[in-house]
Design a protein around this ligand. Structure first.
Ligand code: COA
Length: 190
């Protein structure tokens, strides 16, 4: 039986390996990745699917500002292990994370993806027609979904990251930390 659970810190390696297999290295060149990099995903909105101990699915949501509509979430990446596709797992991950987002009070979700897949969850290009990604993107693949009626409305402007920086961005890098005692001593000299 495949279970859907919150992602744990120990899942990062297996999640990244699954994303490498699903998207290849080109995934790091996407404009969506520019929004995600160096940021924490939204609290409670990183889910994984497990088949026993094996991680077989992943989906995450990220804080953004949706132009003049304000706070929203960006969904992605979504991936299911190649051996388990077409069995409804992607749909289960999507419904679980969208229900969770709605229950946490989030009002709208955006993503860049295939409309023929995401339309079944209510996503539509019309909902994001006035919005633009802050880099190259395909207009027909920028999709929106209101979790709260009218949340996106006639939203216009750029989709920009608003998530908290990852701890690595706020901590002193290890190399600098090692130099701190010496720097402190130097600062104390007349
Ligand atoms: C997209 C993905 C997450 C779907 O997971 P899944 O577990 O196979 O999804 P489900 O079983 O819930 O749905 C399967 C259905 O979606 C359809 N589908 C899958 N990918 C699709 C796509 N890109 N466009 C249109 N339809 C798609 C399948 O044909 C199937 O249709 P059916 O229900 O009529 O048979 C999975 O195929 C995957 O990981 N793909 C590689 C990564 C990727 O492309 N992620 C999405 C980025 S847009």
């Amino acid at each position: 039986m495949i279970r859907i659970e919150d992602e744990a810190p120990a899942d990062v390696g297996a999640r990244e390996a699954l994303l490498d297999r699903a998207f290849g290295p080109a995934r790091f060149r996407k404009t969506s990745e520019r929004i995600r990099e160096g940021r924490l995903a939204a609290d409670g909105l990183s889910l994984v699917a497990r088949d026993g101990a094996r991680l077989v699915g992943t989906v995450r949501l990220w804080h953004v500002a949706a132009g003049d509509a304000g706070a929203a979430l960006l969904l992605g990446p979504l991936a299911v292990d190649e051996t388990l596709r077409g069995e409804g797992l992607g749909g289960r991950l999507m419904r679980r994370v969208l229900n969770r987002a709605a229950s946490l009070g989030h009002r709208a979700v955006l993503l860049v993806g295939d409309a023929p897949y995401y339309a079944r969850f209510g996503f539509a290009a019309e909902a994001a027609a006035g919005l633009a990604m802050p880099g190259p993107f395909e207009r027909h693949r920028l999709l929106g979904l209101d979790l709260s009626p009218g949340a996106l409305g006639r939203a216009a402007g750029l989709v920009l990251p608003t998530g908290a920086p990852t701890p690595a961005e706020t901590l002193v890098p290890a190399a600098d930390a090692a130099a701190l005692p010496a720097l402190a001593k130097r600062a104390a000299l007349p």
